[in-house]
Design a protein around this ligand. Structure first.
Ligand SMILES: CC(C)(COP(=O)(O)OP(=O)(O)OC[C@H]1O[C@@H](n2cnc3c(N)ncnc32)[C@H](O)[C@@H]1OP(=O)(O)O)[C@@H](O)C(=O)NCCC(=O)NCCS
Length: 230
C-alpha cells in the first residue's frame, strides 16, 4: 500500500467515511504529502514527531477527503484544547488512527455530532476490562466463552471511545468509561445508555460497528433530545 494513499471512501449510515493508509514507520512525512494539507495544518504537523506526525497527517488527509465527500471543503482543522478537531460551521466529523490506517467520518451537523473509533483486534489486552466495563457489561462478558471475551471487551471499548468523541462537543469535559453502558446487538448496532455524572442531556445516541480486516470500527451519532414515544 502506498503510504498516505486513500484506502477507501464510502457512504455509511451517519455520513461519509474515508480511510488513508499509514506507513508503519515513524520517518518524517515527506513534503509532497504535507503539501496536501492546508498551510496551518502543515505547520502544526511540523511541530509533531515520529508516529504522532504520521497519524496526525493521515487523519487530516482522511478528514478532508470525507468532508469533500459531503460536497464541502474545510480550511485548516486544528486540535482544540480537549484534543477535539475544531470543525467548520455546518460540519460534524471525527478521526481515529491505528498504526497502519487512519479513518475519518464526516457528516452535515444538522443531525448532531459524530464519533468514529478504530481498534486493532490484537493482541488481546484483557487488563483493560476493569477500566472500561461497568458491572452489567462485565457480567455479560463473563458469561461468554473465554475465546470470545477479548473481542467483546474491545468492541465495548471502541464504542465508548466513539461515544466520547461524539459527546465531547456537547459536554466539553472528560467523560469516564463508567458514564456509558453499551450493549452490542446482533445487527451491528448497539444500545447505549448514558449515565453522565454532571447530568447533561438528554441525548439521543445511535451506535454502529463493523468488523473489518483485523480491525473493529465503531461509528456514533449523538443529538440533543429524547426518543419519540413508541
Ligand atoms: C480521546 C480518545 C478517545 C482518543 O482515542 P485513541 O484511541 O487514543 O485515539 P484515536 O486514534 O482513536 O483518536 C484520536 C483522535 O481523537 C480525536 N479526539 C481527541 N480528543 C477528542 C475530544 N475530546 N473530542 C473529540 N475528538 C477527540 C482527535 O481527532 C484525535 O486525532 P488527532 O489528534 O490526530 O486529531 C482517548 O485517548 C481517550 O481519552 N479516551 C478516554 C475517554 C473515553 O473514551 N471515555 C469513554 C466515555 S463513554
Amino acid at each position: 500500500m502506498k503510504p498516505f494513499s486513500v484506502a477507501y471512501t464510502s457512504a455509511c449510515h451517519f455520513g461519509v467515511i474515508a480511510a488513508v493508509h499509514l506507513p508503519d514507520d515513524p520517518a518524517p512525512v515527506p513534503d509532497g504529502v504535507l503539501g496536501q494539507l492546508p498551510e496551518v495544518e502543515r505547520d502544526h504537523a511540523r511541530t509533531l514527531g515520529g508516529y504522532r506526525q504520521v497519524s496526525f497527517v493521515g487523519g487530516r488527509l482522511a478528514l478532508h477527503r470525507a468532508i469533500r465527500g459531503l460536497g464541502r471543503r474545510a480550511g485548516p482543522v486544528l486540535p482544540g484544547e480537549g484534543g477535539q478537531p475544531q470543525l467548520p460551521e455546518g460540519v460534524a466529523a471525527s478521526i481515529s488512527h491505528k498504526r497502519t490506517l487512519a479513518v475519518a467520518l464526516a457528516a452535515r451537523d444538522t443531525h448532531g455530532s459524530v464519533g468514529v473509533d478504530l481498534e486493532d483486534l490484537g493482541p488481546a489486552r484483557m487488563g483493560i476490562a476493569d477500566r472500561v466495563l461497568v458491572a452489567s457489561e462485565r457480567a455479560l462478558v463473563d458469561q461468554l466463552p473465554a475465546q470470545r471475551q477479548w473481542t467483546a471487551v474491545l468492541l465495548r471499548f471502541s464504542l465508548k471511545e466513539a461515544i466520547y468523541k461524539a459527546l465531547y462537543p456537547y459536554v466539553n469535559r472528560y467523560v469516564g468509561f463508567e458514564e456509558a453502558e453499551v450493549t452490542p446487538l446482533r445487527d451491528c448496532q448497539a444500545d447505549v445508555a448514558l449515565h453522565l455524572k454532571e447530568g447533561e442531556g438528554p441525548f439521543l445516541v445511535e451506535a454502529r460497528y463493523q468488523w473489518m480486516d483485523g480491525h473493529v470500527m465503531s461509528t456514533v451519532r449523538i443529538r440533543s433530545g429524547t426518543p419519540a414515544p413508541e
